[in-house]
Design a protein around this ligand. Structure first.
Ligand code: TXA
Ligand code: MG
Length: 342
């Protein structure tokens, strides 16, 4: 399949936006930019198109998709039992990197929800994404626009690398500002539960949901055979082909461990503070308290690891406050939960 490349730097590129919308209305697949990562969009009402998303990505069928809307009044059409606390969070965090899981209405096919009776909904901040959703007049099911299991796409080049020739069109736009996916919270349970950390932090959530429950799978490997609240959490994710080990400990402990074991690793992913004493080829994700920067660079760096052909990589675990929790969550999955406690 020849994939159409549509260059759209802002919502004023009307012709290209109309083209993208037309493909979506006809049941096609279009990769679109969002402020978190690029998404692979299709009409959430079109079962065949949704099936094609799973095929193009190589995604397991039981891993449900997020439905993207452009106006808050679209929500009632696809979800129900919207609690006051869910509404409060949407008012505070939409448009933005926040996804609410709610009981679904029947118009959403079960292929979108992976057979669950809930649907995940997000209203993105990216103006190109919103213009395309509006023009299509449809809610758009859109997982991250990467091949399943590989690092998520934070630039249009990443999407081209993974999906060119497999989908109808790619909207080529700017690098994603946040760089990690949205925060997913389920309001279908009481108290609400954080299923995936992302661009909206736990600190921000707790200011509105004091009794928020953090799902244990956010920071640890789900137990084998135990049902997970979010199917996406059970899969190895975001992983380069290289073997990745995550090391948890202080700057000193990390540098000492790397220097002692320097023949075991060919590369390290670290923070500015680690660089001074590290005798291993490495790259810094920024200052260890600059989680926004780490999120922005993370997926690019994980992709670069394979491009450079590294085989064994050690990553220093980030601090878990703010967006750092999302970076930690992605890195521990990239490491396939292989962790050394220093
Ligand atoms: O920022 C984002 O959320 C990006 C952009 C494109 O919007 N999308 C994204 O989609 O990251 P995806 O499919 O890569 O991740 C969706 C996550 C998965 O972990 C999935 O299991 C979970 O959300 N999810 C979706 N629907 C769910 C539901 N009904 N119940 C529980 N978890 C759900
Ligand atoms: Mg994904």
């Amino acid at each position: 399949m020849k994939t159409l490349h549509l260059k759209v730097m802002n919502e004023k590129s009307v012709t290209e936006i109309e083209k993208a919308a037309e493909i979506l209305k006809n049941g096609g697949l279009v990769a679109i930019p969002t402020e978190t990562v690029y998404g692979l969009a299709a009409s959430a009402f079109n079962e065949k198109a949704v099936e094609n998303i799973f095929k193009a990505k190589g995604r397991p069928n039981d891993n449900p998709l997020i439905v993207h809307i452009a106006e808050i009044n679209e929500l009632e059409k696809i979800a129900k039992n919207i609690t006051p606390i869910a509404k409060k969070c949407m008012d505070a965090f939409w448009p933005g990197p926040f996804t609410a899981v709610l009981p679904k209405r029947d118009v959403i096919p079960s292929s979108v929800s992976g057979g669950l009776d809930t649907v995940a909904v997000r209203l993105p901040a990216n103006s190109v994404a919103r213009a395309i959703i509006k023009k299509s007049g449809l809610p758009l099911a859109a997982p991250s626009a990467n091949r399943s299991g590989s690092p998520s796409p934070s630039t249009a080049e990443h999407v081209i690398d993974d999906l060119d020739g497999r989908i109808d069109a790619i909207v080529i736009s700017e690098k994603c500002a946040v760089g990690v996916e949205s925060t997913v919270v389920s309001f279908a349970v009481n108290p609400p539960r954080l299923l995936r950390p992302g661009g909206i932090t736990v600190e921000q959530l707790k200011s509105l949901i004091p009794d928020l429950v953090i799902d244990p799978a956010v920071t640890a490997e789900p137990e084998k055979g135990v049902a997970v609240a979010s199917p996406g959490m059970k899969y190895k994710h975001y992983a380069p082909k290289a073997e990745v080990i995550m090391a948890v400990g202080s700057i000193n402990a990390f540098c000492e461990y790397c220097n002692i074991h320097k023949d075991d690793f060919d590369f390290a992913l670290c923070y500015d503070e680690d660089e001074v004493n590290l005798n291993l080829p490495h790259i810094s994700l920024g200052a260890n308290d600059n989680h926004e920067k780490q999120a922005e660079l993370l997926f690019q760096f994980l992709r670069d690891i394979d491009k450079k052909g590294y085989k064994r990589v050690i990553v220093h675990a980030p601090l878990k406050d703010g967006v750092g929790l999302a970076v930690y969550n992605r890195l521990i999955r990239a490491a396939g939960f292989k962790v050394v406690d220093l």
